[in-house]
Design a protein around this ligand. Structure first.
Ligand SMILES: *[C@@H]1O[C@H](CO)[C@@H](O)[C@H](O)[C@H]1NC(C)=O
Ligand SMILES: *[C@@H]1O[C@H](CO)[C@@H](O)[C@H](O)[C@H]1NC(C)=O
Ligand SMILES: *[C@@H]1O[C@H](CO)[C@@H](O)[C@H](O)[C@H]1NC(C)=O
Ligand SMILES: *[C@@H]1O[C@H](CO)[C@@H](O)[C@H](O)[C@H]1NC(C)=O
Ligand SMILES: *[C@@H]1O[C@H](CO)[C@@H](O)[C@H](O)[C@H]1NC(C)=O
Ligand SMILES: *[C@@H]1O[C@H](CO)[C@@H](O)[C@H](O)[C@H]1NC(C)=O
Ligand SMILES: *[C@@H]1O[C@H](CO)[C@@H](O)[C@H](O)[C@H]1NC(C)=O
Length: 673
């Protein structure tokens, strides 16, 4: 298909066109979006329409930047965008729904409409996307952890049904036919890659969507580009599309899709502009020339393309997903090596893609919005606020739960983050083997607050040799590193301690369980504790290099100038692993000792303008570079730094090797960049 007008008109102009068209044709129907099977194309208002779209997830971009990013996408030559709907951010507790602020998807969709972009909505309920639990709220496994998600298991369908009954009525007015931007709605996501192959489930979703949205929107599915995937992923009356990255022969790459859709428009729903990262593995990079070469092929062939990702954004808070098997958490940055960076900046890839699109269709001649300014606020000295065991009561909103055997995080009504298990030792144990293979996902073991080491799920490091005496506290701080978002492991996703802990083979009984909530309110209340700060955490000799997990605090003011706060990046070199908060906003996980991500994106909205004080809190789990002895040298490096340049491609240290080094105390922080 030759270059098609990409329909970048102001709404008013479009209205005039439609009116003219309607009067000429004598038809009343104005806006429509349909499939023309004979001409192998989509039709928008009756005209052939080839979409060139980009993925942006509203949940991963601060809401006050949505418009800026959408304008950049429009200026980049796109005529559509694609977003997932992240169920778990909207429905954090059963029956409680949030569509405000960062969750105001209707506002996001209206902004896209105003900017002139059509929307391809990926409804879910499953969205994969390297997002925590593939988008499912954690509470769906509170009562029964054995439900089979993405199937017609009633334990799964009940919460889905309730969610869709709330979501879909909000979506309907935003359909293209109703004056909104939504031209297409995707049901499920790459369902053919999932073992269940439950057509009844797909049928249920189709009926539910039809009931609420009606027939005037194109419903579709997306699957991997192979017959084996399409087999279980497609369903009659849902248009079948495929996804694949660069490196193909365009004249046969759509053969699997054509087997299911012999006629109709060709669609690649996820054309990869880059790829995801994992902690401890090198940063992914796809050269711009590779992306543009195959994009050129696709557009020249008349295919409709959605670039995944166009702006990857950030897994703020605890929202990163995990790949499995070989449990591999995704970092906080979801930059994805995309045309727009994590912070929405223009890249060479953006310009190159824009040039390729311009070869095939009209790219609007509007100025490309400038990058948002970044500022280097410099160093912030960090002080120890307190160790976690000293703050247990303040960090626990409900609890402790007193139980015979450990309960999971979900069983104590906690969704994310950190949970603390305490056992009062009943017998003296000398050089006994503590087995914590039940840990999901990473546990920090303490005896009377003295660190003993780290236990890691499904690794060679699930046991520790300890000495513990009667009456001492044996504590395990467990980190939920994010729920598996892909594959059958998604049905085995409970967190905390999921089975018993043993010592020399004997089950430990009687636990106090503290779900921790390091939330804004708690952090603000702790601000008063800053006055009583000490300069360094307690030191222990001989035991290990680990510190007692602790909260560190630092304070900083913005410049006394207009235009501030501005975006920045937080570098945590020298710190080991933990969670960072600014003014109570959860920036995400930091883990510079694993890499490849060394900086956390700090959007301006997390900062307070002059003269307010900004409070930065690190929950450091393993090692703080504050007046500690490393390699027999006293190190005093107790600060973090706000810089203008992100580093997400640092050298990585494999998980095994890093644990070795840590145990030996041989890590040289200052060489690590
Ligand atoms: C939990 O869900 C599984 C899978 O659907 C089901 O077999 C089991 O009966 C459920 N258990 C309870 C207690 O409801
Ligand atoms: C692409 O596939 C077509 C049809 O199978 C074939 O004729 C052509 O030679 C292939 N092109 C390349 C570059 O391999
Ligand atoms: C869940 O995963 C663990 C490994 O982490 C495995 O040992 C266990 O058998 C799995 N349970 C189920 C029900 O699949
Ligand atoms: C712990 O062991 C007890 C006794 O064998 C058993 O009843 C219980 O189910 C176990 N708890 C977990 C969480 O596995
Ligand atoms: C965490 O604390 C905040 C208030 O500080 C509260 O609104 C929220 O519900 C708490 N979350 C949990 C899971 O307890
Ligand atoms: C902050 O800037 C304003 C405007 O320039 C000035 O009047 C004020 O004195 C400044 N405050 C401080 C503490 O420097
Ligand atoms: C990381 O990316 C920067 C900016 O693109 C580049 O200059 C640098 O060489 C890269 N570093 C590594 C280790 O690849």
């Amino acid at each position: 298909m030759a270059a098609v007008d990409s329909c970048f008109h102001l709404v008013g102009f479009l209205y005039v066109l439609i009116l003219t068209f309607s009067m000429q044709q004598g038809v009343a129907a104005a806006r429509s979006f349909t499939i023309d099977y004979d001409k192998n194309t989509f039709l928008k208002d009756g005209q052939p329409f080839q979409y060139v779209s980009g993925s942006i997830h509203y949940s991963r971009v601060p809401y006050y930047y949505w418009q800026d990013r959408l304008q950049k996408m429009y200026a980049g030559g796109l005529n559509a965008i694609q977003t997932y709907v992240t169920w778990n951010t909207h429905n954090q507790e059963p029956g409680v729904f949030d569509f405000t602020g960062q969750n105001d998807i209707e506002h996001f969709l209206k902004l896209a409409n105003d900017v002139g972009l059509a929307v391809i909505l990926r409804l879910g309920p499953y969205v994969c996307g390297e997002w925590e639990y593939g988008g499912f709220p954690a509470w769906i496994i509170r009562k029964n952890a054995s439900i089979i998600t993405r199937s017609s298991d009633p334990g799964f369908i009940a919460p889905v049904d309730q969610w869709l009954s709330v979501l879909l009525p909000r979506i309907k007015p935003l359909l293209y036919v109703n004056g909104g931007p939504i031209i297409m709605v995707q049901v499920e996501n790459e369902y053919g890659s999932y073992f269940a192959c439950d057509y009844d489930y797909l049928r249920y979703l189709r009926e539910k969507v039809l009931k609420y949205l009606g027939n005037d929107v194109v419903l579709f599915t997306t699957d991997g580009d192979g017959e084996g995937y399409l087999k279980c992923g497609t369903l009659e009356s849902l248009y079948s599309t495929v996804d694949f990255g660069p490196g193909f022969n365009v004249s046969n790459v759509f053969a699997p899709m054509r087997k299911w859709e012999p006629k109709g428009p060709l669609v690649n729903s996820e054309y990869y502009t880059g790829w995801l990262d994992h902690w401890g593995s090198p940063h992914s990079h796809t050269p711009s020339a590779t992306v543009t070469q195959y994009l050129d092929d696709l557009l020249g062939y008349g295919a409709n393309v959605n670039m995944y990702m166009y702006e990857g954004g950030t897994n703020f808070g605890f929202m990163n997903g995990v790949n499995y098997p070989s449990f591999s958490p995704v970092p906080t940055s979801y930059d994805y090596d995309s045309p727009l960076t994590e912070a929405g900046d223009i890249t060479e890839k953006y310009m190159d893609i824009r040039a390729v699109i311009a070869k095939h269709m009209k790219v609007p001649q509007v100025p490309i919005p400038p990058n948002t300014p970044k500022y280097a606020y410099g160093r912030v000295n960090m002080m120890l606020m307190s160790t976690v065991p000293n703050l247990l009561d303040k960090l626990t909103h409900h609890g402790p739960f007193v139980t015979r055997y450990p309960l999971t995080m979900e069983q104590v009504y906690q969704n994310y983050g950190f949970i603390y298990y305490r056992h009062v030792v009943k017998l003296d144990w000398h050089n006994a083997v503590l087995d914590v293979s039940a840990v999901r996902d990473r546990g920090y073991v303490l005896i009377n607050s003295v660190p003993q080491g780290v236990v890691i799920r499904e690794s060679s490091q699930t046991k520790l040799t300890i000495t513990a005496l009667t009456g001492q506290y044996l504590d395990i701080l467990v980190e939920n590193q994010g729920r598996i978002n892909y594959g059958s492991g998604i049905n085995n996703n409970t967190k905390g301690l999921i089975a018993n802990v043993t010592i020399n083979g004997l089950i430990l009984k009687d636990w106090f369980i503290y779900p921790l909530n390091v939330s804004e309110k708690v952090l603000n209340n702790l601000d008063s504790a800053v006055q009583s700060k000490q300069s360094s955490p307690p030191k222990y000799s001989g035991v290990s290099q680990y510190i007692t997990p602790s909260l560190f605090v630092g304070q900083i003011q913005m410049p006394n100038k207009t235009g501030f706060p501005q975006d920045t990046y937080l570098r945590t070199d020298g710190w080991f692993k933990g969670q960072a908060y600014v003014n109570g906003f959860n920036l995400g996980r930091y883990w510079p000792s694993a890499g490849p991500q060394l900086t956390l994106y700090v959007p301006k909205g997390a900062l307070r303008p002059y003269p307010a004080t900004n409070t930065l809190v690190l929950l450091e789990l393993e090692y703080a570079p504050c007046s500690q002895t490393r390699n027999k040298i006293e190190v005093d490096y107790c600060f973090v730094e706000f810089v203008t340049t992100p580093v997400i491609n640092a050298t990585t240290v494999s998980l095994e090797r890093r644990e070795e080094w840590n145990r030996a105390g041989g890590f040289n922080w200052h060489d690590q960049h």
